[in-house]
Structure formats: structure tokens, C-alpha cells
Design a protein around this ligand. Structure first.
Ligand SMILES: Nc1ncnc2c1ncn2[C@@H]1O[C@H](COP(=O)(O)OP(=O)(O)OP(=O)(O)O)[C@@H](O)[C@H]1O
Length: 585
């Protein structure tokens, strides 16, 4: 387990040796007073007991008790700080690991499971340091010291007292293994329930709209009932291990009593030794019982540590190196990509020159978002290469890639923080005036200035207090502020009404000037000025060119999409330098 803790924390269990030493000191301070108890009893059985000797022994015992309290406090603080430090390290390692695994891994793993691992599993694992080791060290040292002391005094009674211990350990280990299977199942079930609970909370609006909140809750309720049943079963089976251990260990007490009476009656035992064994044995079993109860929890700790290890050892996207000057061109060189078993892109090749706008067009599911995901390296290609400048994206570090790319997704995520902090995410020295200037250009300043604290207004979790359009404006402003040379826009204006969309398009076209932009747009009117339009169908490029070229191909998909759009809406066709109105059909 120590080795596993080193893997999970990424550290050498620093401070543990010191804690073991202090645990041993605590055990000594618990055990040594028994020596004075023995001396006092021995003195009592002499013909003329020396009371000042007894007082001295009592004085030393009191001093030892005080010292024990001080040391026990020190041990407790040390073990807890070791535990919490380990918890912090493990959570940091998990967080940094999640940044390095492919998106595919995160999509495959139940979010409830990740949540349970980050919170509950780490908390259980912390206890290995904060509770388990300290308990083990103190108990083991104390039991060893007491047994050695008693054996020196009378080995026969000592053996009688410990007679059940070996069998108790064997039975405990066997029953614990049975409990381990149940612990694993119970923890999995709790993780599954956490996922359902998260889903229930996040989808509550939808559930209410469809009057499904009650029905859906009954599914959650069933899971909660399952957990209750499994917990009871687990307690029943897992509880047998410590109970058997306690029963077998305490059998030693009865055996020792029999042996004690037998030896005493036979005149083979001095009265003070008999009293010593009676006093010590009444306390000898207490720490063992406490340890057995605690070891019953060990299954949970072990399972939790295993689950953390599963996440920490998940395969990572290999990291590349930092490239100082990266030409902001993008090139897809014969790229194919498969999600699990499903081929999504097939031999896709195209190039985006620096400072140009490329639009991706195609029916739903044709692979447009997948193309942007491969540039941002959420996944690695199945074959072929995606290059930025001359460098394949997998040869760049995640930081280098992130530094060169701004992303604007359809689903905007805003943190529960001020608008200013949301906009300046990742910026080291954000400039208030610059933020205001960009907001004025992209966000309709009146929307922000009307908020109670302007840019200092805190938006609700995931931007819950803002409309879809407002969130989208902020995400565009965030991308503009980042000022990365490459901008990926995935349906960036999707949640805006036509009037706002036009405004934002204007703002975008000024602000993305000089950047290499890849834009996914379902409304073709927004991309007529694109330098290049890549038309996709079923994961292959079927047409490529600018609007004028593509529109000329009367049998092409782009032309038919364009015409379908014209027929669907009253249309305003804007070509460079002219405005033509096309009435709705
Ligand atoms: N994580 C995933 N796992 C498995 N298949 C996926 C995953 N993400 C997308 N797909 C599938 O890959 C195909 C391409 O998806 P993609 O999102 O790239 O299409 P798109 O052209 O952007 O679609 P839309 O215009 O509807 O957003 C779709 O058939 C989709 O179902």
C-alpha cells in the first residue's frame, strides 16, 4: 500500500518515517506506565510497603500520561497533515492527468465516476495516512511491547493470552477478501448514482418541461434503495471479519483466566503477577479491537486507491515540445479519424494559409466539428497528420497549442465568477481598458453596462444568469482578447438572432483580421466572403473553393445547400462591394 501511495501522490511518503517514530514513542508512553503499575502491585504485596516508593511511581505515571497526551496530539496532527497533503497531491495529479488524457477517455468514463474518484475515493485514501498507519503503528508497537514485558514475567500466561491471535488474523484476512468484492460493487454503485444525481440536477429544466421530474427521480430513488440494500449486505458481510477477529482474540482472555487460576491454585504463580495479568489483559484487547474495526474500512481505502490508480494510469496523449515561432497555417494531410469503431473522417486533405478564413460546410454529422477537435488535439488522428505551420500538432505541448488557438464553441461555458475574470481567463496581466474596448466591439456594451456591477458582475454557475446570446457574445469577446493567431469558430453565432448575428459577424470580421480562422457555419450567408469553403459529406471533402467557384457547380452539394437556404428564407445576398436582395419564395 505504501508503494501505491507513492504512485498516487507522486512523492516519496515524506514525513512518514518521522510519524512512525512518533507513533512508536506514543506506544511506549502507553505501555511504560504498566511497568509502574507492576512495581506498585509488587510493592503492595511486600510485608511493609514503602509508600514513598508508591508515590514516586504514581508521580512518574502521571508525568508519562501528560507526555502521552502531548505526543498523541503531535502524532494526530502529523498524521492528519500527511493525509491531507496526500489528498491534495492526489487531487492535483488527477486534475493534471485529466488535462492529458484524450477527450475520448473522458467521454467514455461516467462523469459521476470521475466525480466520486476526485471526492470520495481521495477522502478514503487520505485516511490511509491520517488514520490507518497511525492506528497500526501504535497498536502494533504497544501489543509487541506488552507481550514482551508479560512474557518476561510469565511466558505461560502470555501464550495463553495471545492464543487466539494467529487464528484471528487468518480468519480476518479471509473474510476481508470476501468483503473486498462487496466494497468494490458498493463503490461502483455509489459512483453510478453520483452520475445519475448530476444528470438529474443538470437536466431538471428539461425534466420539468416534459413533466418527467417525478419519473426520473424514481430511477434515482431506485438506485438509492439499491445502495441502501447493498450497504446493509456489505455491513453484514464486512462486519463478520472484525467480529470474528474480536471473538477469537478475546478467547485469549478466557484461556488466560483458566491458566491463571490453575497456576495460582497450584502455587506456581505469585499474587502480584496474577494481579498484573488481570489488569493488563483487561486493557490488552482494547487497541486490537479498535484496530480490527478500523481495518474493516481498509477494503474501501484499498478499492478507492485502485480506482484512483486506474485514472492516473490511463493512456495520455503524448506531449511534444514548445515551438517559439509557429506559422499560423493549418494543414490536414490525408487525415482519417475513427471514434471507437466508427469512421468519421476519410483521407481529408486541405490547407489554410495564414490570415485566411476557411469555412466548413456540410450536412449534420459530416465531420465538421471533428476537424476542429483534431486541430485542438482533443483527439489524435487515426492516420495522416494535422500540422500547424510545419509542425504536427502532436509534436507540440498542450500549452503551446492552447497558446496558438482560440476556440468558440456552440455550447459556451462560463465559470461562476465575474465577467471580467471569465473574459480574461488565462491572461497574466489583464488590462481593464482593453477588455472594455473588446466588449464594446463584440458584446454590445449596453448589455454589460446595464448589469449591476458591469464587468465585475458575477455570472451564475455555467453562466446560468445570462441568455444564450449573451453567453455567446462573451465567448467571442474572450476569444478576441486571447488574441491567438488561430481562431476556431464552431457555430459561433448559432444562438444569436439575425440582427445580432449580423452585428457580431461585423465585429468578428474586423477583429479576426490577420488571423487564420476556421469557421463552421450552417447559415451559408455568413461565409460568402470566406477565402476557402470546404464542403464535407460523410467525412470526405467533396468540394472546395470560394463561394463564387462553388456556386457555379450546378450539380454540387454547396449549390444545392445554397439554393435550399435561399428558398427557405427571405434573403439578403452580400457579395464584395454590392448588395442584392433576393425575395423569399
Ligand atoms: N464522441 C463521439 N463518439 C462517437 N461518435 C461521435 C462522437 N462525436 C461525434 N461523433 C460522430 O461523428 C460524426 C461526425 O460528428 P461531427 O460532430 O464532427 O459532425 P458535424 O458535421 O459537426 O455535425 P453537426 O453539424 O450536426 O454539428 C457524427 O456521425 C457523430 O455522431
Amino acid at each position: 500500500m505504501l508503494k501505491k501511495m507513492r504512485v498516487l501522490t507522486g512523492k516519496q511518503n515524506e514525513g512518514l518515517a518521522q510519524n512512525i517514530m512518533w507513533g512508536f514513542v506514543e506506544a511506549l508512553l502507553v505501555g511504560v506506565p504498566f511497568v509502574f503499575v507492576y512495581l506498585i502491585i509488587k510493592e503492595m504485596f511486600t510485608t511493609v510497603p514503602d509508600l514513598s516508593y508508591v508515590w514516586t511511581c504514581c508521580g512518574i505515571m502521571t508525568a508519562l500520561f501528560v507526555a502521552r497526551v502531548v505526543v498523541a496530539r503531535h502524532v494526530m496532527i502529523n498524521n492528519h497533515s500527511l493525509g491531507y497533503d496526500a489528498g491534495l497531491d492526489i487531487r492535483r495529479n488527477l486534475a493534471s492527468k485529466l488535462k492529458k488524457v484524450p477527450m475520448g477517455y473522458l467521454l467514455k468514463v461516467d462523469p459521476g465516476r470521475i466525480n466520486a474518484t476526485m471526492l470520495q475515493d481521495v477522502t478514503f485514501t487520505e485516511q490511509i495516512y491520517s488514520h490507518l498507519f497511525s492506528q497500526l503503528i501504535v497498536t502494533f508497537s504497544l501489543v509487541t511491547l506488552v507481550v514482551i514485558g508479560l512474557t518476561i514475567e510469565d511466558w505461560r500466561l502470555s501464550i495463553a493470552m495471545c492464543i487466539g491471535l494467529p487464528l484471528a488474523i487468518v480468519v480476518f484476512v479471509v473474510l476481508k477478501k470476501v468483503g473486498a468484492v462487496l466494497s468494490r460493487r458498493l463503490l461502483d454503485k455509489v459512483a453510478e448514482m453520483t452520475g445519475s444525481l448530476m444528470e438529474y440536477i443538470l437536466s431538471i429544466k428539461l425534466l420539468k418541461a416534459y413533466n418527467l421530474a417525478g419519473k426520473r427521480f424514481s430511477k434515482l430513488d431506485d438506485q438509492l434503495k439499491d445502495i441502501q440494500k447493498m450497504s446493509l449486505k456489505h455491513e453484514f458481510v464486512a462486519g463478520v471479519a472484525p467480529l470474528s477477529f474480536i471473538t477469537l482474540v478475546e478467547l485469549g482472555f478466557a484461556t488466560m483466566l483458566l491458566a491463571l487460576v490453575y497456576l495460582y491454585v497450584g502455587g506456581e504463580l505469585q499474587p502480584h503477577v496474577a494481579v498484573l495479568f488481570l489488569i493488563v489483559s483487561s486493557r490488552f484487547f482494547r487497541p486490537l479491537v479498535a484496530m480490527a474495526m478500523f481495518l474493516a474500512e481498509y477494503n474501501f481505502m484499498q478499492q478507492s486507491a485502485n480506482r484512483i490508480e486506474e485514472v492516473l494510469t490511463a493512456p495520455e496523449l503524448p506531449e511534444g515540445h514548445w515551438v517559439e515561432t509557429l506559422e499560423p497555417s493549418i494543414e490536414f494531410d490525408n487525415v482519417s479519424f475513427t471514434y471507437a469503431e466508427k469512421p468519421v473522417l476519410r483521407s481529408v486533405s486541405f490547407r489554410c494559409e495564414p490570415g485566411t478564413l476557411t469555412a466548413l460546410v456540410g450536412p449534420s454529422g459530416s465531420g465538421k466539428t471533428t476537424i476542429t477537435s483534431l486541430i485542438a488535439r482533443f483527439w489524435d488522428t487515426t492516420s495522416g497528420q494535422v500540422r500547424i505551420g510545419d509542425t504536427p500538432v502532436e509534436k507540440l505541448t498542450a500549452e503551446c497549442l492552447a497558446d496558438h488557438i482560440s476556440l468558440v464553441f456552440q455550447d459556451v461555458y462560463l465559470f461562476q465568477d465575474t465577467i471580467f475574470n471569465n473574459l480574461t481567463l488565462g491572461m497574466t496581466d489583464p488590462d481593464w481598458e482593453q477588455v472594455e474596448r473588446v466588449c464594446k466591439a463584440t458584446c454590445r456594451w449596453d448589455f454589460i453596462s446595464q448589469l449591476p456591477d458591469g464587468l465585475d458582475t458575477v455570472v451564475g454557475e455555467a453562466g446560468a444568469s445570462l441568455s444564450g446570446g449573451e453567453k455567446q457574445r462573451l465567448s467571442i469577446a474572450r476569444a478576441v482578447l486571447k488574441d491567438a493567431p488561430i481562431v476556431l469558430l464552431d457555430e459561433a453565432t448559432a444562438s444569436l438572432d439575425p440582427e445580432n448575428e449580423y452585428e457580431i459577424q461585423q465585429a468578428l470580421s474586423t477583429l479576426i483580421k490577420g488571423k487564420t480562422v476556421i469557421m463552421i457555419a450552417h447559415r451559408l450567408s455568413t461565409i460568402v466572403h470566406a477565402d476557402q469553403i470546404v464542403v464535407l459529406e460523410n467525412g470526405t471533402i467533396i468540394e472546395r473553393g470560394n463561394h463564387r467557384d462553388l456556386i457555379e457547380n450546378s450539380s454540387g452539394l454547396y449549390r444545392s445547400l445554397w439554393e435550399a437556404e435561399r428558398h427557405a428564407h427571405g434573403w439578403k445576398l452580400v457579395s464584395e462591394g454590392e448588395t442584392t436582395s433576393v425575395p423569399a419564395n
